[in-house]
Write a protein that binds this ligand. Structure first.
Ligand code: PEP
Ligand code: MN
Length: 349
C-alpha cells in the first residue's frame, strides 16, 4: 500500500503518517519526490485500510497495490491446487470433461444423456434439479425428484456428478447427492450462499457472473475459501457484451489470467457461453488449447424437445467425436484426459 502526500505536505504531516502506521505495527519507506513524497507501507494491509490515513493533513491519496484476495491468490500455495471430485482430480495436469443434461427433465432423458456421456469417455456428469431461469414461467427443475434421478445416473454410470444449488437452505440436501456443488452465474455474488458452502466439506464449482470482472470472481471465491472450503473450481461461462450473435461472449483470456493470479483450477462452459450447438466443439478445442483444466457441456437426446437450453445442447451422437477431438488437442499440449483414480464410492465416503 502507498500513501501519496500532496505538494503542500510538511515534514510534520509526513511524520504523522509514519507514526500512525508504526503504531499499527507497520513500517514506512519514504521516497521524497520533487513535487510529492510517496510513503510505502509494509505490514498488514487490511489493518492499514482501517486507519484514517486518507483524512490526515497533507495526504492526497491512499492506494492499495496488493491483491484484495489472499487465500485464492497464486502466492498462497507453492503449487496449483487439485480438486478431487469423487474419483476424478480436476487440476492443471489433466483435462476433465463434464457432460450431461442442462436440466433433468425425465428419468429417460437424463439417463440417456448420462449413458452417452459415459460411452463417449467424459469423466463427470452434470444434471440440474433446480434451475435458475430468467423467466418465472420457464421450467424450474424437478427439485427433489431430479436429485433422485441424479443419484441413479451416478450409480448406473459410476461417474461423479455436479448440480447447481440455488439457495442457502438447500445446501445440505443438495450436497448429500453430489460430488461437487455448483454456484451459477446469477448467484456468484450471493455472499450468504458462498459463506454457507464455505462451511461444508464439499468441492464447489463457481461460475463467473454474467457481468463480473475476474477480480470480482476471485473475490467471490475468496468468500468460500475464507470459511474454510478451498476445494474450488472456477468456470468461465461467457460474459455479457454488445455482441448478440452468441448468448454470451466467451472470455478465453480469463483462463491464462486466472492461472496466473490464482492457484485454483479453471474450466470453460462453451454451451452457456455460446448458446449455439455448432459453436460448442470449436470453443471446446480453443479452451483446451488456451490451457483450461476442463470443459462442461450440455447434452440432450432430443434437443428440439428440451425444456431448457435445447439450442446449445449436443445430441448424444455428437459427444464421442467431441471427446475424441479434445483428447487429441489435449495430448498435443501435453495434458491428457483425466482418469478415475479408483471406483466411485458413495457420496461423502
Ligand atoms: C447451467 O450451467 O446450467 C447454468 C444455469 O449456467 P449459468 O449459471 O452459467 O448461467
Ligand atoms: Mn442451462
Amino acid at each position: 500500500m502507498i500513501v501519496v502526500m500532496n505538494g503542500r505536505a510538511t515534514q510534520a504531516d509526513i511524520d504523522r503518517v509514519v507514526v500512525t502506521v508504526e503504531d499499527a505495527g507497520g513500517e514506512c519507506f519514504i521516497s521524497p519526490g520533487k513535487n510529492r513524497t510517496i510513503i510505502g507501507l509494509l505490514g498488514d494491509t487490511d489493518r492499514f485500510m482501517s486507519l484514517p490515513l486518507g483524512g490526515l493533513p497533507g495526504v492526497d491519496e491512499v492506494i492499495r497495490v496488493g491483491k484484495p484476495y489472499k487465500l485464492v491468490a497464486a502466492e498462497a500455495r507453492s503449487t496449483p491446487s487439485v480438486v478431487s471430485v469423487g474419483n476424478i482430480d480436476i487440476g492443471r495436469d489433466a483435462f476433465t470433461i463434464i457432460a450431461g443434461p442442462c436440466a433433468i427433465e425425465t428419468e429417460d432423458q437424463a439417463m440417456s444423456a448420462a449413458r452417452a456421456a459415459k460411452a463417449a469417455g467424459a469423466q463427470i456428469l452434470r444434471g440440474d434439479a433446480y434451475k435458475h431461469r430468467s423467466s418465472p414461467y420457464a421450467f424450474q427443475g424437478l427439485a427433489k425428484t431430479g436429485l433422485e434421478i441424479l443419484k441413479q445416473m451416478r450409480i448406473e454410470t459410476g461417474m461423479p456428478v455436479v448440480t447447481e444449488v440455488l439457495q442457502t437452505s438447500d445446501v445440505e440436501l443438495v450436497a448429500s447427492y453430489v460430488d461437487i456443488l455448483r454456484v451459477g452465474a446469477r448467484n456468484m455474488q450471493n455472499f450468504q450462499l458462498l459463506r454457507e458452502i464455505g462451511k461444508i466439506h464439499k468441492p464447489v464449482m463457481l461460475k463467473r457472473g454474467l457481468s463480473s470482472t475476474i477480480e470480482e470472481w476471485l473475490m467471490a471465491a475468496e468468500y468460500i475459501a475464507q470459511q474454510g472450503n478451498q476445494d474450488i473450481v472456477l468456470c468461465e461461462r461467457g460474459i455479457r457484451t454488445f455482441e448478440p450473435m452468441t448468448r454470451n461472449t466467451l472470455d478465453l483470456s480469463a483462463v491464462p489470467i486466472v492461472h496466473k493470479l490464482s492457484h485454483l483450477p479453471i474450466i470453460v462452459d462453451p454451451s452457456h457461453a455460446s448458446g449455439k450447438r455448432e459453436l460448442v466443439a470449436p470453443l471446446s478445442a480453443a479452451a483446451v488449447a488456451v490451457g483450461a483444466d476442463g470443459i462442461m457441456v450440455d447434452v440432450h437426446p432430443h434437443p428440439e424437445a428440451a425444456l431448457c437450453d435445447g439450442p446449445q445442447a449436443l445430441t448424444n451422437d455428437e459427444v464421442p467425436p467431441l471427446v475424441k477431438e479434445l483428447a487429441a488437442v489435449a495430448k498435443a499440449i501435453g495434458k491428457p484426459l483425466s482418469r478415475p483414480r479408483h471406483a466411485l464410492t458413495a457420496v461423502g465416503e
